[in-house]
Design a protein around this ligand. Structure first.
Ligand code: ADE
Length: 227
């Protein structure tokens, strides 16, 4: 069974509209939906914003027997030349807001863990192929940065890119990545860019999230169809 997680309602409702044979279950305070998408068995749920919410739901997915997990939704652009509507497929994910440097760890490193958690190679390929087939959409492959912060400052966005080489900033991916890596569940993050993580981010995020969510949904459905 393939798990699909999104943080916001906008990110998931388009997929839920397509869910066939939907069965609703409540687990640990979350509402999960089982059913079929593009003929494949899936488990779908909205985790809410931030790393704690994402990690909690990812662990529930692991315990429910999910073998592969796709985290989808929107993100702020960090990489040069990236624009609203472009799609980022994760190579790996880092928690940019973890700071244990006082004890000798690298910025972003959770003590006892690796700095970044690599996405599943086959899911990455599938996501890149599928997104690449969308007409007129730029697709890039790279690192996703996650933290409990909405990035809305150009200098901060540039600093994150310089420090970690991340292509986009969001608030859940690396938490899901950490949980999946511990459990041996393959994951990939597919993010469509809603803003440029700068001074216009708040307005752009509100304006462009519907478009970005439509693109992210198209990739997830396409991936399932190709599986
Ligand atoms: N999700 C969408 N845009 C974002 C941003 N600028 N920072 C963090 N998460 C986001």
């Amino acid at each position: 069974m393939i798990g699909i997680i999104g943080a916001m309602r906008e990110e998931l409702e388009l997929l839920l509209d397509e869910l066939v044979g939907a069965e609703e279950l409540r687990v640990g305070g979350y509402t999960l939906f089982r059913g079929h998408l593009a003929g494949k068995p899936v488990l779908i749920s909205q985790c809410g914003i931030g790393k704690v919410n994402a990690a909690a739901l990812a662990q529930i997915f692991v315990l429910e027997g999910v073998k592969q997990l796709v985290l989808t939704g929107v993100a702020g652009a960090l990489g040069p030349g990236l624009e609203v509507g472009d799609i980022v497929v994760s190579t790996d994910a880092v928690q940019h807001d973890v700071d244990v440097r006082a004890l000798g760890y690298a910025l972003g490193e959770v003590p006892g863990e690796r700095l970044s958690w690599p996405a599943d190679a086959a899911l990455q390929r599938l996501a890149l192929e599928t997104a690449g087939a969308l007409e007129g959409v730029k697709v890039v492959s790279g690192r996703v940065l996650s933290g409990d912060q909405f990035i809305a400052n150009r200098e901060r966005a540039r600093g994150l890119y310089r420090t970690f080489g991340g292509l986009c900033a969001e608030m859940e991916g690396a938490a899901v990545a950490q949980v999946c890596s511990r459990a041996g569940v393959g994951f990939v993050i597919v993010r469509s860019l809603s803003d440029s993580a700068d001074g216009s981010a708040e307005v752009d995020f509100r304006t462009f999230t519907p478009l970005a969510a439509r693109r992210a949904k198209a990739v997830v459905l396409g991936m399932l169809a190709r599986l």
